[in-house]
Design a protein around this ligand. Structure first.
Ligand SMILES: Cc1cc2nc3c(=O)[nH]c(=O)nc-3n(C[C@H](O)[C@H](O)[C@H](O)COP(=O)(O)O)c2cc1C
Length: 169
């Protein structure tokens, strides 16, 4: 897939067939996450791969907008190490870059995915920390839900001339 086609056709997919993605595709998606840019090249991102049904179900009890997770069959919690990237804003930006790379990789593989937010919502980050037994210095920033898509979504043109400023605001 051409890179612009991959970017422009990526959409949030929330309906899945239930077939779990292969290990090979999962590794490709993780490789895309690791390839993201990082402030000072600090590389604070860790990825917690979730496939266990009970764990996926438990997440839906505290995350109201991740109900599609059990049907997708796979989630990747993108976490930032606050000791590796000390400025929180940079740590979050690094994780966001990794997440977007993974969403694009999933699209390129013909899979569906959706970014479910965690940080900075305390109930969500605390719920995830407790469930996954995350160390104190690790912040769960976002959850990538990925699976075989069961819905078709078109791309739409979001190019907005009014939000482009030339040389000054
Ligand atoms: C930081 C962030 C948090 C999000 N959290 C959720 C979420 O919890 N659940 C969900 O279904 N979608 C979530 N989304 C996806 C957005 O709803 C989606 O990207 C937006 O509606 C635009 O649609 P598109 O992704 O299909 O272009 C999130 C997106 C971002 C960037």
């Amino acid at each position: 897939m051409d890179i612009m086609e991959g970017i422009l056709t990526r959409r949030s997919i929330r309906r899945f067939t239930g077939e779990v993605i292969s290990q090979e595709r999962l590794e490709t998606i993780l490789r895309a996450g690791f390839a993201a840019p990082s402030a000072h090249n600090s590389r604070p991102c860790h990825f917690v791969v979730l496939k266990d049904k009970t764990t996926l179900e438990k997440i839906t009890t505290f995350h109201p907008y991740a109900k599609m997770l059990p049907q997708a069959g796979c989630g990747i919690v993108v976490c930032g190490n606050n000791e590796a990237q000390k400025l929180e804003g940079f740590m979050v930006a690094d994780c966001a870059a990794a997440i977007e790379n993974m969403l694009l990789a999933a699209n390129g593989l013909g899979l569906g995915s959706v970014w479910c937010g965690l940080h900075p919502v305390a109930e969500l980050t605390e719920g995830m920390k407790e469930l996954l037994n995350l160390p104190e210095n690790i912040t769960p920033v976002g959850l990538v839900v990925v699976g075989h898509t069961d819905e078709k979504k078109g791309s739409w043109n979001r190019y907005d001339e009014e939000k482009i400023h030339h040389d000054k605001w």
